[in-house]
Write a protein that binds this ligand. Structure first.
Ligand code: SAM
Ligand code: SF4
Ligand code: SF4
Length: 377
């Protein structure tokens, strides 16, 4: 059995215009990347810009919990765009090459394109490049309701791609799942607007819940087959403390793939990069790609390389965490770049989370778990 040792804290230092990783040999890992206790590199940063949403998806923000009395984050406690950009620079200096904006509904945050422009200006330090070259990949996950309004401005500000969540094509079903009676036609129109603005290839995320929308697997597959968009089926997860998750409501990805294959034959594709969460498949007749995300039936903690920043500036290292590390206090107390970076490195280098792998083996207290609408998925 391998014994993992935590790596020492790796500070970063300012050098002229660039923030670069310290090169002291004793502190650097072989590839110059920050690694956790289980040897997982830091690769992605997910930034939740708000915990508010205009939908009440029953598996994420059930209405009876997320009502008027819910303690949403007050505006003064949200990180400002300048603070988010500063923290992001520190993460990029530590090896992050992929940034995703999320929420709540990120497009509800006023002037989000201003934040996009600030993040799009960040350059990678010398070392490994991202899929977009010398800048981190910059993407956004949205429910699509405001895309028609925002797509062009987001693209102009430097956003590269979007992922749109869509759980059903059937209008009645979709309205019931978002629980605010939002029509499916408007989300489909938002997807078209994003495609026209050049925010592709667009990924479409469908959370599959047995007995609720599993009959939509085939219609969704037919709708997006050959469209250039990549449909991904997500196993319904026991995230948060309010969705009353039950294992028998999960539709295993293996079943989804069997059903897709019966519709039109599919074959597996290799991952785009180590640690990619979606398992990729292609239609053998060349009509595009689909994916499955098997967070429940095939946990992928072993390659989990994502850090998550909450709207209030707390750093979480697992979707199923129940506490984050407060970076906002550091920022507002005037911490230097080096202090900020040292705090991030300290958290990541001590990280040992692997909730999904332990699910079923060890009971984890549910009541204080962070909500998906707060941390953003
Ligand atoms: N509001 C945006 C949206 O819906 O795309 C961004 C935030 S949402 C929390 C991010 C993703 O988490 C969405 O694709 C949503 O479907 C997914 N999600 C939320 N609750 C989930 C659950 N219990 N299991 C699996 N995925 C979930
Ligand atoms: Fe809102 Fe997204 Fe959660 Fe639905 S999944 S309630 S759109 S945050
Ligand atoms: Fe990563 Fe935690 Fe999910 Fe495992 S359970 S894949 S560690 S976020």
């Amino acid at each position: 059995m391998t014994t993992f040792m935590p790596h020492p804290i790796i500070p970063i230092i300012d050098r002229r215009d660039h923030v670069v990783l310290a090169e002291e040999a004793s502190l650097a890992t072989p590839d110059g990347r920050l690694r956790d206790v289980l040897d997982r590199p830091l690769h992605d940063l997910r930034i939740s810009v708000t915990d508010r949403c205009n939908f009440r998806c029953t598996y994420c923000m059930p209405k009876d919990v997320f009502d008027r009395d819910h303690p949403y984050v007050p505006h003064r406690n949200l990180l400002t765009f300048e603070e988010i950009a500063r923290v992001t620079r520190a993460f990029v200096a530590h090896g992050v090459v992929k940034i995703r904006l999320t929420g709540g509904e990120p497009l509800l945050r006023k002037d989000l394109e201003r934040l996009v422009a600030m993040l799009a200006g960040i350059e990678l330090p010398p070392g490994p490049a991202s899929a977009s070259g010398r800048k981190p990949d910059l993407t956004l996950t949205t429910n699509g309701s405001l895309l028609r309004l925002k797509a062009k401005a987001l693209k102009a500000a430097g956003l590269e791609r979007v992922t749109v969540s869509l759980d059903a094509l059937d209008d009645r079903r979709f309205r019931a799942m978002n629980d605010v009676d939002f029509p499916v036609a408007d989300v489909l129109d938002g997807i078209d607007a994003a495609a026209d603005a050049g925010l592709g290839p667009i990924k479409i995320n469908m959370v599959v819940k047995r007995g609720v929308n599993d009959d939509q697997i085939e219609p969704m597959a037919e709708r997006f087959r050959g469209s250039g968009h990549i449909l991904r089926f997500i196993e319904y997860m026991d995230v948060g403390a309010s969705n009353r998750w039950k294992l028998d409501e999960v539709v295993p990805s293996a079943e989804v793939v069997r059903r897709l294959n019966a519709l039109h034959p599919v074959e597996p594709l290799s991952a785009n990069y180590a640690g990619e969460v979606a398992e990729r498949w292609r239609y053998t007749d060349g009509h595009g790609e689909v994916g499955v995300i098997s967070s429940v039936t095939q946990a992928f903690c072993g390659s989990c390389s994502r850090a998550r920043l909450s709207p209030e500036g707390s750093l979480y290292t697992c979707l199923f965490g129940n506490h984050g590390t407060d970076l906002r206090s550091l920022l507002r107390a005037g911490a230097s770049e080096r202090q900020l970076a040292t705090a991030i490195a300290g958290v990541w280098s001590l990280r040992s989370d692997r909730y999904s792998e332990l699910r079923g083996v060890r009971r984890v207290a549910v009541d204080r778990r962070v909500e998906m609408s707060y941390i953003g998925g």
